[in-house]
Design a protein around this ligand. Structure first.
Ligand SMILES: [Zn+2]
Ligand SMILES: [Zn+2]
Length: 316
């Protein structure tokens, strides 16, 4: 299960209700910040999440509404010592700009307060461990070097408790051994193989994040069977020409991608101030029913079979 927190859901400039792009993905001990628009550090504080372990930052692309917050975040880390190392993953083009921002403007020759690693992204797997695989894939948007991110929990074999009960297996270490794929010997000498109590492999939860995006061409494969798809919907169809000119999607295009890709639930973000939230939702729902237009501080749990929605109350 993944937890996804929207910290900023506005396109291009902040509004009274929406901050600039930033999101947190949590999975077990991992925490990823995706994009870091201006004002992100305050959004992190307001969300109640805090800075701890927030040392992996994935940047979709180098436009200013997605990176300016890195400057403030780094200066705060200098004082708060919340992390001792910061990894920033982005395309080489975006990293160039981020390098200028952090080392040129913020640090101006001073030593970074924490180790800062700028890591160039190429399409493919960028992180893999026994529980999680993270892949980057190219996205079309204005300018160069835009990436989407697919998080996938590794497939696992469920432990069949009814079978264990039939075999009179006591709760505790014996069941744990079998669940981790190791055979056990019972006190009476009977050997039990993991296959006797494990079901067929089930794929894990899949969460796909696409930031700014000018065309959905080629995204059906990376988005396929996503339990949750987070993607921009900056415009409505009535302004499709503006969307094309600025390299953004309409709500309808985002919904079509979700329908074509067999997505579980669609979360729309990067919302323009020119529309009401209901207009974006209605347009998308004509094509794809399971749609949420995200608001700042919305939190969602993405499970294999779908998602649960919880809102965090924020005091002003
Ligand atoms: Zn943007
Ligand atoms: Zn952009």
């Amino acid at each position: 299960m993944f937890e996804f927190i929207f910290l900023g859901t506005s396109a291009s400039a902040p509004s009274v209700h929406r901050g600039l792009s930033a999101n947190i993905v949590s999975f077990r001990d991992y925490r990823f910040l995706i994009d870091c628009g201006e004002g992100t550090q305050r959004q992190i504080l307001r969300s109640g999440v805090g800075f701890r372990r927030l040392n992996r930052i994935l940047i979709t692309h180098g436009h200013l509404d997605h990176i300016l917050g890195l400057a403030g975040l780094l200066s705060t880390f200098a004082r708060w010592e919340a992390v001792d190392q910061l990894q920033i993953w982005a395309s080489p083009w975006a990293l160039d700009r981020i390098h200028d921002l952090l080392f040129g403007v913020v640090l101006r020759g001073a030593r970074p307060p924490v180790q800062v690693d700028l890591i160039p992204i190429e399409a493919g797997t960028i992180l893999e461990d026994p529980d999680l695989r993270l892949e980057a894939f190219p996205v079309r948007h204005r300018g160069k070097g835009t990436f989407g991110f697919a998080f996938e929990q590794t497939a696992h074999r469920p432990f069949l408790t009814e079978r264990a009960a039939e075999l009179n297996l006591p709760e505790g270490p014996i069941r744990r051994e079998l669940a981790s794929g190791r055979p056990v010997q019972l006190p009476d000498g009977t050997e039990i193989q993991p296959d006797q109590v494990l079901g067929p492999p089930r794929r894990g939860a899949r969460l796909v994040h696409v930031g700014d995006c000018g065309s959905t061409k080629g995204l059906q494969e990376p988005c396929s069977e996503a339990d949750g798809l987070v993607i921009e919907a900056t415009y409505l169809e009535s302004d499709a020409e503006l969307a094309r000119n600025f390299g953004h999607l309409t709500a309808r295009q985002a919904a079509e991608l979700a329908a074509e890709s067999g997505v579980g639930h669609l979360y729309l973000t990067h919302i323009s101030r020119r529309y009401r939230e209901s207009q974006i939702r209605d347009e998308a729902q004509e094509v794809f029913p399971n749609v949420t237009v995200a608001r700042d501080f919305d939190r969602f749990r993405i499970r294999r079979s779908g998602a649960e929605i919880d809102h965090i109350e924020v005091e002003d």
